[in-house]
Structures are given as structure tokens and as C-alpha cells.
Design a protein around this ligand. Structure first.
Ligand SMILES: *Cc1c(COP(=O)(O)O)cnc(C)c1O
Length: 388
């Protein structure tokens, strides 16, 4: 069956994958090799050197491309290495417009690495495209967006961003890490590039750091392949195998993440010690309408604040949780919690941070796929420890 005809739950298991041609192995083998024998110079089986191409990595790249309804997939040693490759398509003097509610590591590579090479980055609110349009100049080449955003769960309208990008001849790149193609497919909405931190939901088991890009346009893909091979930030075959294995259950995991996320978000909203709950599935979420249009469900990421906004209370909750683990990262089968004000957003001055809603008592949850009753019991016993 052609990849394009398969439904999502079939693609995660089959798209881009074939039984191994030499042995018939049903699961893609780990081709742990740096190089490949040539019969005579230039006479090889399509592989010369594993930075340029490796069968295990290529299988994963083809699979991810199919999941995003793209044509070309590229995998990297981390999500940031994937972002690095996209920005390297630009030239000194070019400008990038990006959301002001951006993953911290993306903000850091843009401002601390690429600004040195005279690429300019402007960070703005992207809820209104008319506002974004005011910042477009002749030098603007790329719109970089992330939706839902971290940790405030804001939603950006991908279709509207794509219309704006097309009008001004810009590329649109979407960081799809939080949603995954199970919930949201940016290329179908007109984006040019989808980026993933595979480390999170795609890998899904908190055991690999990896990144990916997917696009449809052949010329753009060639440019990105050239950078992948020339800069060399590729991922290894062992990690590619682990991610291929993780992706086979992406649809099952995302379905459960979304169910558990919904149940926990609703529970928190009615909790007497909780102030605000940020989850795009609520009808009173500022961008709920867009979220409903562009996402198939709302995923497992939730942020909430505690009444009184005291950092001590947030610390009490986080150190009392037993099923949720206090740790960076997200998207694994296990539930995690983190404290954005001191962890991911610690480098941003308090005033700036609070303007975007990252208060001292804000806790971000990555709701795993455990039994929901245990997750609710855990949150309740931890919140009980907060003084009234
Ligand atoms: C983690 C993350 C990244 C960076 O990916 P790494 O794999 O850690 O390099 C980029 N964007 C988002 C939204 C992330 O959560």
C-alpha cells in the first residue's frame, strides 16, 4: 500500500519501512557501520559513508516524512541541531520573525549563535497576523512558530501564518514538538518545514535525544540535505532504531496522553487550591477556536498556578509528588513536572517572565500514560500539603 493511502495508525508501523532485503528481518536492523564496501570505485549499493546516509536512519527519516504528510525527512543529533540546519539556509542580513513565547533553547541558538553571523531575529506575539505583518521587511525570509507554546500553551493559527508567509514570499517553519503529527499536521496547513524535538513525544520513552525536519519541496530538501551532510549533526543508527520502535505506538500513546491530559486539566480547574489552568481544550482558552480547528485533540501538556502565587507552595507540591517526577523534558510515557520560573525560564528576568504569565507558582505537567486515577490521587495528595 502507498504511504499516502495509509491511515495514521498504519503509517506509524509501516510507512517507509520494508523487510530487510538481505535477510528478510521484519524489524529494521541497526546498521552499526560508518562505511560501506564498494565493488570498484563508485560502484556501491547507495551507501558510502554513514554521515551522508545510513539505512537505519533513512528508514526513520522516511517514516517521519510520511507521518507529517511530507516527502523528505531528515534526522539530526538533537532538536536544536535540526533548528541549526534550518537557520543555515539563510544569509547574513536576512531576518527571521518568531514568536515571543518560544522554547528557551531555540531563543538561545537564535540570539547567542546566529545573531553573531548577522542574521536578525525579531520576537513578537503571533496571535494576530495583522500585527505580525507590520514587522515584515524586505529582509524578512522566515517565519518561525511553535504551537502550542511552552509553558503557556498559547496557540498560533498555522493556516493564517502560512497565508501571510505566501503573500510575502517567506518560508514558514513550525516546531511541532508538542503536538506531533498525530494531533496536528502543519504541512497540510501550508507550512514549508516541520521541525521536531524527537526527544519528546515522537521518541516517547525519554531515552533518546534527536531532532528532525520534514518538507515537501525538493529544492528545499536538497539544501537541507546538503547542510545535514556538510555540518554533520546526524544521529546514530542505535538511536534511530529506538525511535523507530517508539514511533510504532505514537498513536496509542498520544491518544492516552490526550485523555489523561483532559481528565487532569478538568480536575485541576475545579481544585480549590489551584488558580489558573492552561490547556487549549478549555472553551475559555483564548485560542480555543483555532486549537479545535487545527488540532485533532489537545495533548498531554498542562500548566497551572497555585492560589496566592507563592513559590514555596509550588516547591511543596513538586517535592511531594510521587508518581510525577520533577525533571526537565516532556513527552515520555512517564509523567513529569517542572518549574518553568526556575528551570526552563530561569534566565529571563522576573518582570519579563511574569508579563508572559510565567509566575513563580506556575507548574508545568507532562501528563504520561499511567492510570489516570493514580495521577489524580498523586496531584491531590501533593496539593493537600499546601497551606490554605
Ligand atoms: C526540547 C525542545 C526543543 C529542542 O530539542 P532538543 O532535542 O532538546 O535539542 C525544541 N523545541 C521544543 C518545543 C522542545 O520542547
Amino acid at each position: 500500500m502507498k504511504n499516502s493511502k495509509m491511515k495514521f495508525g498504519t503509517k506509524v508501523i509501516h510507512a517507509g519501512l520494508e523487510a530487510d532485503p538481505t535477510t528478510g528481518a521484519v524489524m529494521t536492523p541497526i546498521y552499526q557501520t560508518s562505511t560501506y564496501k564498494q565493488a570498484s570505485p563508485g560502484d556501491h549499493k547507495g551507501y558510502e559513508y554513514s554521515r551522508t546516509g545510513n539505512p537505519t536512519r533513512n528508514a526513520l527519516e522516511n517514516n517521519i516524512a510520511a507521518l507529517e504528510n511530507g516527502k523528505f525527512g531528515l534526522c539530526f543529533g538533537s532538536g536544536l541541531a535540526a533548528i541549526d540546519a534550518v537557520i543555515k539556509t539563510l544569509n547574513p542580513g536576512d531576518e527571521v520573525l518568531s514568536t515571543n513565547d518560544l522554547y528557551g533553547g531555540s531563543y538561545r541558538i537564535f540570539t547567542k549563535i546566529f545573531e553573531k553571523y548577522q542574521i536578525k531575529f525579531t520576537f513578537i506575539g503571533m496571535q494576530e497576523m495583522a500585527e505580525v505583518e507590520k514587522h515584515i521587511s524586505k529582509a524578512t525570509k522566515l517565519l518561525w512558530i511553535e504551537t502550542p507554546t511552552n509553558p503557556m500553551m498559547n496557540i498560533i493559527d498555522i493556516k493564517a501564518a502560512s497565508d501571510l508567509a505566501k503573500k510575502h514570499n517567506l518560508l514558514l517553519a513550525v516546531d511541532n514538538t508538542f503536538a506531533t503529527p498525530y494531533l496536528q499536521r502543519p504541512l497540510d496547513l501550508g507550512a514549508d518545514i516541520v521541525m521536531h524535538s524527537i526527544t519528546k513525544y515522537m521518541g516517547g520513552h525519554s531515552d533518546v535525544v534527536m531532532g528532525a525536519l520534514v518538507c515537501k519541496d525538493e529544492k528545499l530538501a536538497e539544501e537541507l540535505y546538503f547542510i545535514q551532510n556538510s555540518s554533520g549533526a546526524v544521529c546514530g543508527p542505535q538511536d534511530s532504531f529506538l525511535v523507530l520502535r517508539g514511533i510504532k505506538t505514537l498513536h496509542l500513546r498520544m491518544q492516552r496522553h490526550s485523555e489523561n491530559g483532559k481528565a487532569l486539566a478538568r480536575h485541576l480547574k475545579n481544585h480549590p487550591k489551584v488558580d489558573k489552568v492552561y490547556w487549549p481544550g478549555f472553551e475559555d482558552h483564548a485560542n480555543h477556536r483555532v486549537a479545535k480547528e487545527q488540532m485533532d485533540d489537545f495533548g498531554g501538556m498542562i500548566s497551572f498556578t497555585i492560589k496566592g502565587n507563592d513559590v514555596k507552595d509550588a516547591n511543596t507540591v513538586m517535592s511531594s509528588l510521587e508518581v510525577f517526577t520533577l525533571a526537565e523534558s516532556l513527552g515520555g510515557v512517564e509523567s513529569l513536572c517542572c518549574h518553568p520560573a526556575s528551570m526552563t525560564h530561569g534566565a529571563i528576568p522576573k518582570e519579563e517572565r511574569e508579563k508572559s504569565g510565567v509566575l513563580d507558582s506556575l507548574i508545568r505537567l507532562s501528563v504520561g500514560v499511567e492510570d489516570i486515577d493514580d495521577l489524580i490521587t498523586d496531584i491531590d495528595q501533593a496539593l493537600m500539603k499546601v497551606n490554605p
